[in-house]
Design a protein around this ligand. Structure first.
Ligand code: PMP
Ligand code: GLN
Length: 457
């Protein structure tokens, strides 16, 4: 598959800086998503939100001809049975607005899928809602459930849309850290994060960007906390089928959780069609009704011909789902061992298609933010395209202020093996000292830097 090149966007750097002029509400927003200037028309609760790191880094990859191991999207298409089902649906004229909650056949397929893989029971009529990707499901859920001033617990590092959704809702994030190097959840901090203003806990497992699959102990702790404090839970399970080690356990299957959890997933990762943006939220009818109220005014509906195609995908045999993970596992091992050979420090991810790797020398030095040194992953990622023609994303894009993550970089391995090999070959060029000037300026204009036609998008 030839990739579509993203439109060039201003490349301002891998990690924007906090907007000093922003009001307190923006103070909790991630540095990754913050602009450096106050935006004159943007509502005050959204000040500090800039271009997403993913758009920014993909544009940088295109502009510099770099191998793009930044934004998480596969460089091959998903199953032909699924894309053919979409083509058929278009030809059959399924091109007008689908029903508000989603095509009944997709809602049925989602419910059957949850039963088949997890033994969870959802009524497709009232307990399943089709959304424009998991992103809309999460955002609509937070908007639907939170009053202004409510607090939302997020696990940090977090997927970048979560704090933005919290800001849209006029709520406030409370962060609970995953701790390197093994990325266990800090359960003491979890307990401390809850207070009378807490409304929702957002749980992402399997987790982006750490690749952790939360284990039974961690999930039980979250469940007990939710039950004890009468909190709602939103779980983002988009990597549910990309599990390499361990087992994905849905939070909603823990005692007391089914009645208070919105379970969210999407077709993007499982079927390698990230651009289709078909997602869903499942949960008790009153919770789903609240989310539907918001979603109908955000998008109303989406992706008419893709909905029956995703329904077909969800019905594929178990061998398909096992195969997705198996093929990724090989690429995970390929990239991880290559990165280790180049001196990066990492624990292979249990799931997903990202690895968080400590910069060479970072683990030993243990010096957050050593000026110009190995602890500055944001600078490293800004310079990387110009130095060797590779794009990656600093962990700082997924957190607020975490000195202990300052030396970590996220690499995506959902790419063809030859693309991963090329990236590794180029990364070998890093053995030259970090501070040495690269072949081009880190923010080189379009067309300069190492050129790899067809790889940069
Ligand atoms: N949640 C997580 C954790 C993600 O990594 C992503 C990226 N695909 C999304 C949600 C977005 O999913 P979708 O494209 O279905 O909106
Ligand atoms: N989920 C993808 C990632 O983490 C990116 C999706 C997006 O660009 N919003 O890289």
């Amino acid at each position: 598959m030839r990739e579509r090149l993203p439109a060039p966007a201003p490349a301002e750097g891998a990690s924007g800086q906090r907007d000093e002029a922003a009001p307190a509400a923006a103070g909790d927003l991630p540095p990754s998503a913050t602009g450096t200037r106050r935006s004159p028309y943007l509502a005050s609760r959204l000040q500090g939100l800039g271009t997403t790191i993913f758009a920014e880094m993909s544009a940088l990859a295109a502009a510099t001809g770099s191998v793009n191991l930044g934004q998480g999207f596969p460089d091959t298409d998903g199953p032909e049975a699924v894309s053919e089902a979409a083509v058929r649906a278009i030809r059959e004229g399924r091109n007008q607005y689908p029903p508000g909650g989603g095509e009944p056949e997709l809602r049925r397929a989602v419910a059957e899928h949850r039963m088949r893989f997890y033994g969870q029971s959802f009524d497709p009529g009232t307990e399943v809602l089709v959304t424009a990707g998991a992103t809309e499901a999460v955002t609509a859920s937070i908007l639907a459930l939170c009053e202004t001033g409510d607090e939302v617990v997020l696990l940090e590092p977090f997927y970048d849309s979560y704090p933005a959704a919290v800001a849209l809702a006029g709520a406030r994030p409370r962060l609970v850290p995953f701790r390197p190097p093994r990325w266990q959840l800090d359960l003491d901090a979890l307990g401390d994060a809850v207070n009378p203003r807490t409304r929702v806990v957002v749980v992402n497992s399997p987790h982006n960007p750490t690749g952790r699959v939360l284990d039974r102990t961690e999930l039980s702790a979250i469940a007990e906390l939710c039950v004890r404090h009468d909190l709602l839970a939103i779980t983002d399970e988009v990597y549910e089928h990309l599990v390499h080690e361990g087992q994905h356990l849905p939070l909603a299957s823990f005692p007391g959780m089914a009645e208070r959890t919105l379970t969210i997933s999407s077709a993007g990762k499982t079927f390698s069609f990230t651009g289709w943006k078909v997602g869903w939220a499942c949960g008790p009818a009153p919770l789903v009704a609240a989310v539907r109220t918001v979603a109908q005014y955000l998008t109303y509906v989406n992706a008419a011909p893709f909905q029956p195609a995703v329904a077909a995908g969800l019905g594929l045999p178990g061998s398909f789902f096992a195969g997705v993970a198996a093929s990724l596992r090989e690429r995970r091992d390929r990239l991880c061992s290559g990165l280790e050979a180049e001196g990066f420090a990492l624990v292979p991810p249990q799931a997903g298609y990202f690895v968080l790797a400590g910069l060479p020398g970072w683990a030993e030095a243990g010096e957050p933010g050593r000026p110009g040194g190995s602890g500055d992953a944001a600078r490293f990622c800004r310079e990387l395209p110009g130095r060797v023609g590779v794009v990656a994303i600093p962990a700082s894009a997924f957190c607020e202020r975490r000195a202990d993550l300052a030396g970590f970089v996220r690499f995506a391995f959902c790419k063809r093996p030859e693309v991963l090999d090329l990236a590794l070959e180029r990364l070998a060029g890093l053995r030259a000292p970090l501070a040495a000037p690269g072949p081009t300026s880190p923010m080189a204009p379009s067309g300069s830097g190492p050129s790899t036609p067809g790889l940069a998008s």
